[in-house]
Design a protein around this ligand. Structure first.
Ligand code: LIP
Length: 259
């Protein structure tokens, strides 16, 4: 194994073991929650989001103290090593709070060329996805590919809704525009799982406005490595304005509709 392949494997192993530990913590779901409100009443973190982020950050920094962190719940620190970890300690907090499945732990490591490894652990689905830049995408260790080609009228699409009301309304307007022309729509409640569903062929495509880096980093790499195209509007970068994820044929059709 080359030294760069060995380095990537070490980063992946750390991401996998950390996501498993966080998944075990979160499976001990408490009966009651301390909530702290974020941008609005519908946007909150539970004490378990904070506990999961603490566990993840400690696990990473005890192995790699010079790495940077971007965490949804605020553990940000700059990188001295060139590696920065992008963490969503519970993606799908609302699902977790209500006891619905589909929430997940999303952990990515990026370098100056972008996301190097991504891991999405959804224990309630029995699903541990990982992707390595240039090295493929996997579900529970088995290689995965997205569905391709899929025409619009046969497309099962995932989506989600931002906490921001204006973004939500725009998302709903686009949904109204295409709902007559597609097979159906699904909403899992976790953007990282939505992206991994496309990667696995469990859905054909996904679109959502207003994603943050921690929603997108790991799942976006996994989807790309499974053959999907992941962009924003007009071929720009995925993220705040729009994220469109699908195999090349459906991606082109969706991108043309989103304009
Ligand atoms: C959430 C997503 C959800 C999306 C929300 C939000 P959180 O992440 O994964 O699918 O629709 O806008 O970003 O806040 O639960 O980590």
């Amino acid at each position: 194994m080359s030294s760069s392949a060995q380095f990537t494997q070490e980063i992946l192993d750390l991401a996998l073991s950390t996501s498993r530990k966080a998944g075990e913590l979160l499976m001990k779901r408490p009966d009651s929650f301390d909530l702290n409100q974020k941008s609005s009443a519908r946007d909150f973190a539970t004490h378990m989001d904070h506990a999961s982020e603490k566990l993840i950050v400690e696990s990473i920094l005890s192995a790699r103290p010079d790495d940077g962190i971007i965490g949804e719940e605020g553990s940000d620190r700059p990188s001295k090593s060139g590696i920065t970890w992008v963490i969503d300690p519970i993606d799908g907090t609302v699902n977790y709070f209500y006891g619905l499945p589909g929430w997940n732990v999303s952990i990515a490591a990026k370098d100056s060329d972008g996301v190097l490894v991504g891991v999405v652990n959804a224990p309630t689905l029995g699903a541990l996805w990982h992707g390595v830049r240039g090295g493929g995408a996997f579900l529970n260790g088995k290689s995965i590919r997205c569905n391709e080609p899929v025409p619009m009228q046969e497309a099962l699409l995932g989506t989600g809704f931002s906490y921001n009301s204006d973004q939500r309304q725009r998302q709903a307007e686009f949904f109204l525009d295409i709902v007559r022309d597609i097979r159906d729509i699904r909403r899992t409640g976790g953007a990282a799982v939505d992206l991994c569903c496309v990667a696995t062929g469990w859905t054909d495509g996904y679109f959502e406005r207003d994603l943050h880096e921690w929603d997108l980093a790991a799942g976006g790499l996994i989807a790309r490595e499974a053959g999907a195209v992941v962009t924003g509007r007009n071929g720009g970068p995925a993220g705040h304005e729009m994220t469109i994820c699908a195999g090349p044929t459906l991606h082109a059709a969706l991108a043309a509709r989103i304009g």
